[in-house]
Design a protein around this ligand. Structure first.
Ligand code: GTP
Ligand code: MG
Length: 253
């Protein structure tokens, strides 16, 4: 009998991104219905159980705690630390997910206009996207559940601040920086004088998106069935809020 009652793993959604972008604030908002007055830099991953619905009368809202209409699906929202020195903690948590349904990569839209913010943000995003791409394209991986493509939401947070970039610019800035990172990471290869047609499969596997293309775009991830969406929002202050992100998650768990 103990085998039959083995515990169920809930669908998992991982909240990831650089430090200070608002990940823990968002998780607290979803959990409690209001944002915390104070947060601390996260040093550990932390998960909460939440309920989302696609058919209840409050389906667009995370404030659905009392809602008894429709069906609700329990899922785990997993917050990860963003500090550069703790990237391994975040990545390990991601790799450990057995029922990974979606990734919310949060960025600070108010800081992304600055190169000091754009470069490390894009570099982190590059690693996440490449991880997801390899997960799908790895032919030796016969474990079906680990091959399921995982969609990515780029949550452009802090749009309540006047310095915030519109989401179209968040998208194009990230794509431009990802293109730059991709060409610099493949530079050793190009410098060696090897033509694009002569490289081995190992190099191809390490290339993000459409192989050999000059510019990276999020659309190229569709080749691996990975959808990438960019949606603006805010956890604190005045603005569109966080409900669009909630609805995006609700449809994917
Ligand atoms: P790490 O744990 O270091 O990875 O950071 P984090 O992504 O969890 O960020 P956290 O939630 O701790 O928020 C960092 C700061 O951003 C806090 O002071 C928040 O109040 C603030 N913040 C979060 N969301 C928003 C927002 O939408 N607008 C504004 N203006 N500030 C926000
Ligand atoms: Mg945090």
């Amino acid at each position: 009998l103990s085998n039959l009652t083995s515990y169920i793993i809930h669908p998992q959604v991982v909240l990831i991104g650089p430090d200070g972008v608002g990940k823990t604030s968002l998780m607290t908002l979803f959990e409690r219905g209001d944002s915390p007055s104070q947060t601390h830099t996260s040093q550990k991953s932390h998960s909460v159980e939440l309920n989302a619905s696609t058919d209840s009368s409050s389906k667009y809202s995370y404030k659905n705690h009392e809602d008894t209409t429709g069906t609700h699906t329990k899922f785990l929202l997993i917050d990860t630390p963003g500090h550069g020195k703790l990237r391994n903690v975040a990545m390990e948590r991601l790799v450990r997910c057995e029922r990974l349904k979606a990734i919310v990569f949060m960025v600070d839209a108010a800081a992304l206009g600055e190169p000091e913010s754009l470069a490390p943000t894009a570099s982190y995003l590059y690693d996440i996207l490449l991880f997801l791409q390899k997960r799908v394209s790895d032919k030796s991986n016969n474990n079906k559940k680990n091959n399921t493509p995982v969609p990515v939401l780029i949550a452009a947070n802090k749009v309540d601040l006047f310095t915030a970039l519109p989401s179209t610019l968040v998208k194009t800035n990230l794509e431009a920086e990802l293109s730059r990172i991709r060409s610099s990471r493949s530079k050793g290869l190009l410098d060696s004088g090897v033509g694009i047609d002569d490289v081995g499969s190992e190099e191809q596997d390490a290339w993000l998106g459409e192989y050999g293309s000059e510019k990276f775009s999020f659309k190229q991830m569709q080749e691996f069935e990975i959808d990438v969406d960019v949606l603006p929002g805010n956890v604190t202050g005045d603005g569109p809020g966080a409900e669009k992100w909630w609805w995006w998650i609700a449809q994917r768990i």
